[in-house]
Design a protein around this ligand. Sequence first.
Ligand SMILES: Nc1nc2c(ncn2[C@@H]2O[C@H](COP(=O)(O)OP(=O)(O)OP(=O)(O)O)[C@@H](O)[C@H]2O)c(=O)[nH]1
Ligand SMILES: [Mg+2]
Length: 426
Amino acid sequence: MYDVGIKPRESAVIVSVTRKGTDPIVIQEHLDELELLLDTAGADVCARMYQERVRPDVATALGSGKVAELKEILEESNATMVVFDDDLTPGQVRNLERETKVKVLDRCGVILDIFASRARSVEARTQVELAQHEYLLPRLTRMWTHLSKQYGGVGTRGPGETQIETDRRMFRQRIQRLKEKLLQVETQRTVQRASREGMPRFALVGYTNAGKSSLLKALAQADVYIENRLFATLDTTVRAMQLPDGRKALLSDTVGFIRKLPTQLIASFRSTLAETLEADVLLHVVDASNEAYRDHVDVVQQTLASLGAADVPVIMVFNKIDAISDRHRLNDIELEFPHAVFVSALRGINVNRLLESMCQTYDESSNVLTLLVSYEDGKRQHGIYTETNVIARSEEADGIRLSVRVPSDKLSSFKTRYADLLHSPS
Ligand SMILES: Nc1nc2c(ncn2[C@@H]2O[C@H](COP(=O)(O)OP(=O)(O)OP(=O)(O)O)[C@@H](O)[C@H]2O)c(=O)[nH]1
Ligand SMILES: [Mg+2]
């Protein structure tokens, strides 16, 4: 895979260009998060700066005065790169690099770097590599200038246009091949998925580091990777678990979301996410101890909507309540989210209450039908058992009465095919 640019324990200056009138607290929160991202990528932050502008400068994002200030900061520090919290155009990166003589990255570049170093499974690696190629394609000039700097020393000119054209062609071919490879993996997954049908399915979603994997561990007693870093999880994990009434269910844990998650990443992770989002109920996990929890909730809701999952029933789960000392904070959240469940995955607080809520939400949200099938019709009995979740069965004079739960996406087709057996619940 390509290295977007960060070497372990480099030092960076971070920059934010914001619209006029942005709340300074919000700016600092965003820069805090960028600092955390850089820490995860392996770099330290030695200085931060921001500028409010009506709109970012077309050539250098920052105004010329601020660029001069940035150069001074760079001279006085040992920083080897500048990282912008905002998306930069390839042109802005080039101009800024020429001015500052250090590497210039944007937030997307950093997130891609983290994903690249953390992806483990073949699928995640392919997805990340695809996203990187899509991101780098318009920026190839810059990358090659980097390479020539790295290998040819400062001052060497970038490669000629012919070289860049050849590389662009190579990138396009590679993108094509990666897309084909992903399609193959997806087909395999559809086959695996079919064998899991019928069980209630829950999916953990939420901002990165909210505690999704910790909840998977608490709910399904699964041994999963948990770390106080962003994007600890990149591969989707599905675990079987037991609901309080004894039913078996499936619970999945997947990659977390973040503000400005690169569109290239959302696009290439779409199929993994789509599988997760086909769940009957989503558990939206929020780190209630984070000052910016409200923004996190918005980001996750927007991301879910952009993935077409806005209509899936959701349980709001506010996690890390053990780490909140301010009782008012909890009261505020309770007022705004009256149906939310407050838990601590780490301490096991209220896990049982969450399990109850999962049962209840699933039952309320799913579609229960009653069917009467004749004793002789073994074929259709078999069909019903494979396609639905049978909740109750009673043998009666005129046939077998079955109460079944049908996944929402299959409901209308199921009703059409079994119309003659449908019975109003008695
Ligand atoms: N105090 C406290 N810390 C928690 C709790 N739940 C999780 N954590 C910590 O929060 C950090 C992140 O937990 P994870 O479970 O890895 O979070 P995640 O949502 O899976 O994060 P990503 O996979 O990186 O998106 C870890 O250091 C956990 O130990 C909790 O209830 N209380
Ligand atoms: Mg995780």
